[in-house]
Design a protein around this ligand. Structure first.
Ligand SMILES: [Zn+2]
Length: 669
């Protein structure tokens, strides 16, 4: 079937069922299936051809059909869904397949110490298969078989991922050597695995597109910065992110701001579970799903909610009561979400030559911390790299958080950007050239790098009145806790906004004072902590990773005031609290702006406790200023249609939102 618009309300219906389970599909009732989905306002659902156990749920001639399944479950699902106008992409497990691993042990991934990747023979879990062998042929044949049997809307290939240390199965090892790569080198092994996976994707996507040029295609479990190197094989972006299932509530807001820049439809995937996949006994509070859906549509994403079908084949109505509550909420605003693009003023520029992992810099947390600060300050930003953003001038300001390894070409682009009026916030060792030991933009920044500070930790004291706040007070020495900071020498004409202070000594067994920290000495250090030259502000320490790790509000306030100096006219201003995410989207070539508020719960959580959301605390009379040009005839709430009185001035449009529960969208037309 042809679905002209990417469906906003999707389900990912897991169905992993080993051969030992009896009566698979025994309670299948097509009418109940589609009625339950329709009542829950679902308009797309991913159904299973083959699961992690390697069982197929249709009369396949390629792999084993589940032994207790007596009919074509997949075929009946697709047929019933299409009859009801619901899209039905098809799921195929790739790297995890118990049956294929048993039938073809030689297809398994092999780690560098010679072990088959996955659990041991007596343990529960999924064996990892390599796709550099006949298994790829089997998966291609299965794809062709499915396209011949059914009206296929799309395919979801799950778990296309390699053991982090790289596969050295017989085929991979021979190929590594043949291609002049060093099998002893972990980076070479990983690069080779990427090449193998991309060869597989190119082949599979080619087979699909030859027959179904408009089919959806997604390869899961590969998400990360390296997406930019393989985007051509995909038809959409799907960000798997179950906030209470290990990803946390920070993953999607960060990664969606990267994933939305490829010109493809984007899907944010959460789950109905209390914890993670296969949590048969956990069902989320509908309020939590409302927040998660609001957070997804506020970034321009469609929503996918994960569920798992019981082996007997009947959907649980209580689950779809909960999902229905959330999807009715989405449906009420989706007219103002479909086809929208982000109105971003700030680019969070990630320059990381080691892009083959999902977590951009797991140890540092610099990108995560920067995203958290920008979200809490309500700045409108995208996460970009030099590859995904061909023209930095799309953004008024770029943030380079703590570390950024730039090529000479990218450094030249940044110089042009600054010369053309672009603004930069650079922190710590970002843009440091490791070979020369100097900043690539030292002339523009007006500071020279001398090396790491010897005092660790050290302190900073804000001197510029424009940077003083409730938590960055004059006369108080704050510490980033993380060091060493950078010892930099300001050039003449560079403005110093904060001083640095060294301590008496670094804490060691030979000399220490008190519990943990050494106090600052009275005289300020011979290096500054914050400087400004033109439209570039530089902060000497890893303030973004320090915020991610320590959560000191002084760090956020300092960054916020530096951004205010550079960007005195932010796209939105609001008195909504930092826990409330604000996302500005544009529709109709910018004639319509939609400002989303996601009023996250400011609940107090004990360590180790899952972040559970329930019962919104409404925000009342939230002030909003949107700086957009052109005329605005009407401002109204997307959900209720209620018109809001507003004031127009040369400095934008001001409005007061009477109440925000979980999510509200304000339309400027
Ligand atoms: Zn291999």
């Amino acid at each position: 079937m042809d679905f002209p618009i990417f469906p906003m309300r999707q389900i990912h219906l897991d169905f992993h069922t080993p051969p030992s389970i009896p009566d698979v599909g025994a309670e299948w009732d097509a009418d109940h299936f589609v009625r339950t989905l329709t009542e829950a306002r679902v308009n797309s659902i991913t159904v299973f051809a083959k699961c992690h156990h390697g069982m197929n749920y249709y009369p396949s001639k390629i792999g084993p059909v589940h032994p207790s399944l007596k009919f074509d479950l997949l075929g009946e699902q697709v047929e019933a869904l299409h009859r009801s106008g619901i899209r039905a992409p098809i799921y195929i497990s790739v790297v995890w397949d118990v049956s294929a691993a048993e039938r073809h042990p030689e297809w398994r991934q092999v780690s560098k110490d010679g072990k088959l990747v996955g659990p041991g023979p007596l343990e529960a879990g999924w064996p990892y298969l390599c796709v550099n062998n006949g298994y790829a042929d089997e998966l291609v044949a299965q794809t062709e078989e499915l396209m011949a049997l059914y009206d296929c809307d799309g395919f979801f290939y799950d778990i296309l991922m390699y053991n982090g240390d790289g596969c050295v199965c017989t085929n991979c090892l021979a190929e590594l050597r043949r291609e002049g790569l060093d099998p002893q080198n972990a980076a070479h092994r990983r690069a080779h695995n990427h090449a193998v996976a991309r060869r597989f994707m190119e082949r599979v996507s080619g087979v699909i597109r030859a027959k179904l040029p408009n089919a959806g295609i997604y390869y899961n479990s590969r998400w990360g910065l390296h997406f930019q190197d393989e985007v051509q094989h995909y038809s959409q972006v799907e960000i798997e992110s179950l906030p209470t299932g290990g990803w946390g509530y920070g993953f999607y807001p960060l990664w969606s701001r990267y994933g939305r820049n490829f010109g493809l439809p984007m899907l944010g995937m959460t789950g109905r579970f209390h914890r993670t996949w296969a949590d048969w006994g956990g069902l989320k509070h509908p309020d939590a799903l409302r927040w998660e859906c609001g957070g997804i549509v506020a970034t321009g994403g469609a929503v996918s909610i994960g569920d798992q079908l019981h082996p007997r084949g009947r959907l649980n109505e209580a689950v779809y009561d909960v999902i229905g509550e959330a999807f009715r909420d989405v449906e009420a605003v989706e007219e103002y979400c479909i086809g929208a693009e982000a109105a971003s003023q700030v680019g969070l520029l990630v320059l990381n030559p080691n892009a083959d992992k999902a977590n951009m810099d797991a140890q540092a947390g610099n990108v995560e911390g920067a995203a958290k600060i920008l979200l809490e300050l309500h700045h409108q930003f995208d996460v970009i790299t030099d590859k995904t953003c061909p023209d930095f001038r799309r953004y008024e300001l770029l943030v380079l958080p703590d570390r950024a390894v730039a090529t000479p070409e990218t450094a030249a682009r940044l110089r042009d950007y600054v010369a053309g009026g672009g603004k930069l916030l650079i922190t710590h060792e970002a843009l440091l050239d490791e070979t020369s030991g100097s900043f690539l933009l030292a002339d523009e920044m007006g500071v020279d790098y001398s090396g790491p500070a010897t005092s660790n930790p050290d302190y900073f004291q804000v001197t510029a009145p424009s940077l003083h706040t409730t938590v960055t007070r004059p006369g108080f020495p704050y510490s980033l806790y993380e060091g060493p900071t950078a010892h930099v020498a300001p050039r003449s004409g560079t403005e110093i906004l904060a001083d640095a202070y060294e301590t008496y000594f670094n804490r060691t067994g030979e000399h220490f004072i008190s519990h943990g920290f050494t106090p600052p000495i009275a005289e300020k250090a011979d290096y500054p902590a914050v400087t400004r030259r033109g439209d570039i502000v530089y902060i000497y320490g890893p303030i973004f990773s320090a915020y991610q790790k320590h959560g000191n509000l002084a760090f956020r306030a300092l960054v916020g005031r530096c951004l205010d100096l550079l960007l005195p006219q932010p796209l939105v201003e609001t008195d909504a609290p930092p826990t409330c995410e604000v996302g500005v989207m544009r529709q109709d070539d910018g004639d319509r702006h939609v400002v989303h508020f996601v009023n996250y719960h400011a609940g107090r959580r004990a360590p180790g406790h899952v972040e559970v959301l329930e019962t919104p605390v409404p925000l009342q009379d939230v002030a909003l200023r949107l700086r957009r040009t052109g005329t605005v005839s009407r401002i109204f709430l997307a959900r209720s249609g209620e018109a809001l009185p507003f004031e127009a001035s040369s400095d934008g449009f001001c409005v007061t939102i009477p109440r925000i529960d979980t999510h509200e969208a304000v339309v400027f037309e």
